[in-house]
Design a protein around this ligand. Sequence first.
Ligand code: SF4
Length: 219
Amino acid sequence: MKVYGLQMVSWGAIPVKVILINEIKILDESEVKRKLEELKSQIEQCKKCPLHKERTNIVFGRGDEHAQVMFIGEAPGAEEDKTGEPFVGRAGKILELFLKQNDITGYYISNIVKCRPPKNRVPYGNEVKACLTYLNKQIEIINPKFIVILGNTALKYMLNRWNISLWNGKVERKGERFYFMLLHPASAVHDPRNYPNLKEGFATLAKLLKEKKVIIMRS
Ligand code: SF4
């Protein structure tokens, strides 16, 4: 598997940082598969928080296990609980549409929590606290260069920030990874006025992935 290193470039007086991303090393693909299967089996037995009581299936994640981009949503909904797959309901259809429109392939998708909260409520802090170790492990194994934060819950627990509307389409570097912030696709289901912002956010993400070049405003 390929992962990416960083090279920094400055543009004189222009107040931006441009970071170019280059391939630097190979990871063992069979080892990634084995570790993910091991983690999934562990989660299938999990009773660390009350969400296990009403789940039909855990929703682990799907996609390219060697992806350079990983999408992180909030929690499984009814369809996801039924099928054990993330983003297969209405929000999933919007996500797939934008991915297709922008020719984004080779990605992985998961959620902050692996079991469905009752009536699709936002997961409570104690539930996220109990579950986040699984997601962190999953990220460590897949080792994506880009993490796409989908919505407020992922924003809060991955970057300790609030109000995704303020951050939509922006990118942040944390350690070796880049965090790209986007409205949750479900926001377009609840309010069609979010659709243009989502569209613009996905177009920016596609450009960044294509050019392997990240521009961050200097603070
Ligand atoms: S949500 Fe996470 S911590 Fe809670 S029971 Fe499910 S897998 Fe375990």
